[in-house]
Design a protein around this ligand. Structure first.
Ligand code: GLN
Length: 291
């Protein structure tokens, strides 16, 4: 008897024979999905969240309807839709965030920026922090969760992004303050720390094709990818206490340019941090002058 196929050339409405979970996973990988993505999508479909469960139940059968839904999810993933948009959630710094195509899919590398920021936020001590271009709220919510005494302001120019971030804050019961505006243009006040994962990809970067489902506004920033970082560096000093830090995420090859920019703006102690792949991914500096 021929094996039932998940990825058939038959129209999507044609019934697909029942498959075991193991068969469905194998077929998804044969079609080109990463193993982890195939697992996450199947768990999402079945309403489970443990990969261990999947391993111990892989002889269970998918109904034909489930197999069809799984095939549709896998087809979207093969078309480069982020897994987080398909499952509707992403874990970031231990927090379950709800995400969709209105916001950038939060990356694990951005947790490096959160760790660095936390080094400048002593526990049990009030401090004022701004997260610029908050998107899903990932950075702001992680900092507020780790430092309940901090007063965290999250800014985004996109009303759509703010709606996602505010819903996450409400669901997680984290008292972040939200402001709509371009970088610091609508923000009053002075902070001890400003963090941002702004758009930083060159507008003609060939990698943009693979990121086509995410908001372009959250990804690209002019010819050299540095337009928004220049704007943030220019605006930040007026909003930093003397001694306050500006910490930025940027592209893998932009550390030198961002270091130069921060030094030229008057920041001291400028330095960079590596991401999980060893790329210099974040650069920051301290504002020592009076404003
Ligand atoms: N790190 C993301 C990527 O290169 C981009 C995020 C951003 O532009 N801030 O896929």
């Amino acid at each position: 008897m021929p094996k039932p196929a998940l990825f058939t050339t038959a129209p999507i409405s044609a019934p697909i024979d029942a498959l075991t979970l193991a068969q469905a996973l194998r077929q998804a990988q044969q079609a080109g999905l990463e193993r982890i993505d195939a697992q996450l999508l199947l768990l999402h479909l079945l309403g489970h969240n443990s990969r261990a469960w999947l391993l111990t139940h892989d002889d269970q059968l998918l109904t034909p309807a489930q197999a069809q839904q799984y095939a549709a999810l896998c087809a979207q993933r093969l078309d480069a839709v982020p897994v987080a948009y398909l499952t509707g959630c992403k874990e970031f710094f231990g927090l379950p965030l709800q995400v969709d195509a209105r916001v950038l899919d939060p990356r694990p590398d951005t947790e490096i920026l959160v760790e660095w920021a936390l080094e400048h936020m002593p526990p049990h001590t009030p401090c004022r922090v701004a997260d610029l271009g908050t998107g899903s709220g990932a950075i702001a919510l992680a900092l507020q969760h780790q430092r309940p005494q901090a007063s965290v302001t999250a800014v985004d120019v996109s009303a759509d992004a703010l709606a996602v971030a505010q819903a996450n804050a409400q669901r997680l019961q984290l008292p972040v303050r939200f402001i709509q505006g371009a970088w610091l243009s609508r923000v009053d006040g002075v902070f001890d720390l400003i963090v941002s994962n702004p758009p930083y990809i060159r507008q003609d970067d060939p990698h943009m094709a693979a990121l086509r489902h995410e908001p372009r506004q959250a990804l690209t920033s002019g010819a050299d990818g540095l337009d928004d970082i220049r704007a943030i560096a220019a605006q930040a000093p007026a909003h930093l206490h003397p001694g306050g830090w500006l910490l930025l995420e940027h592209g893998w090859d932009q550390a030198e340019a961002v270091q130069t920019l921060l030094r030229q703006t008057g920041f001291a102690h400028v330095c960079s941090r590596q991401d999980l792949a060893g790329q210099w991914r974040c650069t920051g500096g301290q504002w020592l002058n009076q404003n």
